[in-house]
Design a protein around this ligand. Structure first.
Ligand code: ZN
Length: 136
């Protein structure tokens, strides 16, 4: 299951896949575009070919090629996997649904923790009060 995901990932270029949905323009080593997930004209949406990830500095969404397809197509992880498997020319073996759900759940949990950590760091505690944080 994981090896299939890795195989699909290794066959796909994130810039090429996202380029099928958005008009990407080169920005140094990265590519950028106006974010499809929030309303803007400036282009806070970045794609890193080196890391094969994307991130929006406007709405803080981000992830890998699977996350992108999942978000833009409004589908579950399993469907995003199927779409990308097709693009990569990888034949998916039967997927245990539980595994996918678990993985998505874990990912969501991680995202929430990450968001909470960022929120704490940026909003609740002004710089220089890091010592207090560790006492909580
Ligand atoms: Zn955005």
């Amino acid at each position: 299951m994981d090896s299939q995901i890795e195989e699909i990932k290794s066959r796909l270029d994130i810039v090429e896949i996202i380029g099928q949905y958005l008009k990407l323009s080169k920005a140094g080593a990265n590519f950028k575009a106006p974010c499809p997930f929030h309303n803007e004209k400036s282009g806070s949406f970045f794609v890193s070919p080196a890391k094969q990830i994307w991130h929006c500095f406007g709405c803080n969404k981000g992830g890998d090629v699977f996350t992108f397809v999942k978000e833009i197509e409004s589908v579950e992880f399993g469907d995003a996997l199927r779409i990308l498997a097709q693009k990569a020319g990888v034949e998916l073996k039967s997927l245990p649904k539980e595994d996918i759900r678990l993985k998505t759940e874990k990912q969501r949990l991680y995202e929430i923790c990450d968001l909470a950590a960022r929120f704490l760091k940026n909003s609740c505690f002004p710089a220089g009060r890091g010592a207090k944080l560790s006492n909580i």
